[in-house]
Design a binder for this molecule. Sequence first.
Ligand code: SAM
Length: 337
Amino acid sequence: MISVLRLGHRIPRDRRITTHVALVARAFGADCVLVSTKDSVLERSVRNVVERFGGDFHISTGVNWRRTLKEWQGTIVHLTMYGERLKDALPKMGKKDLMIVIGGEKVPPEVYDVADFNVSVGNQPHSEVAALAVFLDRLLEGQPLEREFEGRMRIVPSEKGKNVVERPAGLPSRKDCLKALREAGCDRAVIEHCKRVSRLARKIASLCGADERLCELGGLLHDIGRGRTHDVDHGHVGGQILREKDFPGVLAGIVEKHVGAGIVKDEAKEIGLPARSYVPKTLEERVVAHADNLAEEGKIDVLIDQMKERGLLTAAKRMRRLHDELSELCGMDLDDL
Ligand code: SAM
């Protein structure tokens, strides 16, 4: 997970440059950008690009940066012209779980203290956009630039002129989703549960600024794998069913990552799933996963107790964090929905 934390965003003055920060973060291999100032216009314009050009990139604004840095479990890298040279710092840091902090006009001194690395991209003043691009490119050795984003719009590299292909597959209708659930063998109880999760996911989406339609349809399809199995791998199986049916990848992603508050790579290996992370990352994936948690039981404390009784302590912590993060984005405790 590579996150970019953008400090000091001023509305409207910095909108353009922070949009560029987000687009560079996405194109050069980060998973999300967090902005300390609340700015729904900025969120919308970045989501709009992600929606058209694809990928799992996520944006949140109005985040509490002190708490974000305090709670971050990985490495914190602060990009600043005063820091140690990039070529000296890079060999000392891993590539996983990085929080990259970039500033605006002036960065609070405590950021320098809390950072594991203060890194300069040349010791001259330039720009957070350039610093971020060069840092990510050197860190990930250019690999993200080769990546296919599988979006609705695909640019075909051309020596001259523009060649843009628009993929036909839009989102399915509710009717298509219900038909797919029945065809996959889901029984009545599963389908009714899917409808409840869909309603709740849409409601949460409307509060936290997630894509409502995507959450509604993701909620409706989330348990499609139960047509074949009720085991913990039903999320993974559901994703496969949707891919076989040529449903958009963004829905398969939601379905694959909806179990609990996600399954980390090591747990996935232990239970016989292909060894990769099934932790929900995009806002829509997180909304559907948690709508599923809350739809039947309703109260997070009851769910956490149940998980603890089953010895699932780390998963319980992950679920608590998901609940708290979404509640904060929604501006209310989701227990009270
Ligand atoms: N005094 C600032 C500093 O610490 O780099 C320059 C402010 S600059 C307008 C805004 C942001 O650009 C900084 O907070 C930093 O993240 C990034 N930045 C600018 N020049 C940089 C450089 N040479 N190396 C790394 N980051 C840089």
